[in-house]
Write a protein that binds this ligand. Structure first.
Ligand SMILES: [Zn+2]
Length: 253
């Protein structure tokens, strides 16, 4: 049994028995951890409001090899991100990002992905009304890249030859990127990627701001992201928060 203290983000909270909570954290040094916060639902408890969804802090817990649930002994809040809970679009976007982390985060230390997630939640929390989808799309692709699954968008994912910009290009989920005209017969193609979608994702991956996109384009982006995650990283299980995020966008305003 080891007592550890590590940077962590609260990704899921559920009540447990009469007075406690089970909290799922993504941590900088120990991947995703489920921890038991004893007494966290009592009126005056050691955790206060620090364990709210999407909060960042330094978590102290006991790490027991082979045990699913560790004991959370402290959580020193560094950032609460209350703004994410106050707007349904931001909340849906942040929930989809949290789901990606819960599903795909590595079990071993992963500084870059951890930092990308924290920064992305800040950006979604600070996004003006109606723009959280774009912040979330940018965040999701950067997170996918930080986990090592960056899509290839500057050249053919099969043969490596350059693919001219400005035209729709075939995109292969299986190959993990765009495909040149010569390779379309040998690589399974998911769908055509419009030129503006290609440059938007490239911009997001390079940490640049992409030109504004309308609702229709955002829906197409989310569809591509969902398909990419299922084909390239998924285990066949549904990504419910991602589906919920997409459904909100499909609903008429
Ligand atoms: Zn090729």
């Amino acid at each position: 049994m080891t007592l550890v203290a590590t940077d962590a983000i609260v990704l899921h909270v559920q009540d447990y028995l009469e007075s406690s909570r089970i909290v799922r954290l993504v941590t900088r040094e120990h991947g995703v951890q489920s921890v038991l916060a004893r007494g966290a639902r009592k009126p005056r408890n050691a955790f206060g409001h620090s364990l709210d969804l999407f909060a960042s802090g330094v978590a102290q817990f006991t790490l027991r090899p082979g045990r699913d649930l560790s004991n959370l002994t402290g959580f020193d809040l560094t950032r609460s991100r209350m703004a994410l809970a106050m707007d349904l679009d931001r909340f849906a976007t942040a929930s989809a990002l949290a789901e990606l982390a819960l599903r795909f985060a590595h079990a071993d230390p992963h500084d870059e992905a951890f930092d990308v997630l924290g920064r992305s939640l800040d950006e979604v929390a600070a996004s003006p009304a109606g723009t959280s989808t774009v912040s979330g799309l940018a965040a999701a692709w950067r997170y996918v890249a930080a986990l090592g699954f960056s899509p290839t968008l500057d050249r053919c994912c099969a043969c490596g030859s350059e693919v001219a910009e400005g035209l729709p290009v075939p995109f292969s989920h299986h190959g993990g990127g765009i495909v040149c005209a010569r390779c379309t017969r040998s690589v399974s193609i998911g769908r055509d990627l419009p030129a503006d979608a290609r440059s938007a994702i490239s911009a997001w991956l390079a940490d640049r701001v992409a030109p504004a996109t309308d609702d229709l384009a955002q829906r197409a982006h989310l569809r591509l992201l969902r398909e990419f995650l299922h084909h390239h990283m998924g285990d066949g299980r549904a990504l419910r928060a991602l589906d919920g995020w997409e459904a909100r966008l499909r609903r008429p305003a």
